[in-house]
Write a protein that binds this ligand. Sequence first.
Ligand SMILES: Cc1cc2nc3c(=O)[nH]c(=O)nc-3n(C[C@H](O)[C@H](O)[C@H](O)COP(=O)(O)OP(=O)(O)OC[C@H]3O[C@@H](n4cnc5c(N)ncnc54)[C@H](O)[C@@H]3O)c2cc1C
Length: 155
Amino acid sequence: MITDEQELRRILDTAKVLRLGLSVDGEPYIYPMNYGYTLENGELKLYLHSAVNAHKLELLRKNPGVCFQLDCDNTPFEGKVACQYGLAYHSISGRAKAVLVEDVEEKMEAMSVLMKTQTGGDFTFNERLVSIVAVIRLDVTEYTAKHRPIPENLR
Ligand SMILES: Cc1cc2nc3c(=O)[nH]c(=O)nc-3n(C[C@H](O)[C@H](O)[C@H](O)COP(=O)(O)OP(=O)(O)OC[C@H]3O[C@@H](n4cnc5c(N)ncnc54)[C@H](O)[C@@H]3O)c2cc1C
C-alpha cells in the first residue's frame, strides 16, 4: 500500500488515463478517460471532460456513484516457470460521487487542471471554449494506492 503523498502525486501525474466504472439499472459500464486532479489535505478530486451529448452523462445523472482505477509503470518480469512471470505496477483505485459541473468559472479552472495533469503546461480557458464541453468532477470518497514491485530475486 502507498500512502506517501509525493508518490501518490507521481502516479496521478504519470498514468494519464483512468477507467471510469458506472452502474445503471444493474448494468455495468466502463470508459477510459483522460483526467486532471487536485490533492489537498488528502482530499482527491478528479476532473474529466466529454462531449456535451455523451451517453455517459445520461448514465451519471441516473447514478452518480462511480468507481475508477488508473495505473502506470507497468513492467513485465520473467521467471523460470509460467507462474513466476508477472507484472510490476503502480495503481490507484477508488470510489467517487460524480458531479456535472455547470458553473463557468469552475469549468475553466477544471479544464486548466486537466491540461496541467495531461501535459504539465499552463493553459487558460474562456467561456466560449468551455461551453462546448461537459466537465465532470469526481469527489473521491475512498481510494487506495498499491505498488507491486519486481521480486527481489529477479532484479
Ligand atoms: C485512452 C483513451 C482516453 C480517452 N479519453 C477520453 C476523454 O478524456 N473524454 C472523453 O469524452 N472520451 C475519452 N475517450 C473515449 C471514451 O472512452 C468514449 O469512447 C467516448 O467518450 C464516448 O462516450 P459516449 O458516452 O458517447 O459513448 P457511448 O454512447 O456510451 O458508446 C457508444 C458505443 O461505443 C462503444 N464505446 C464507447 N466507448 C468505447 C471505448 N472507449 N472503446 C470501445 N468501445 C467504446 C460503446 O460500447 C457503445 O457501443 C477516451 C478513450 C480512450 C481509449
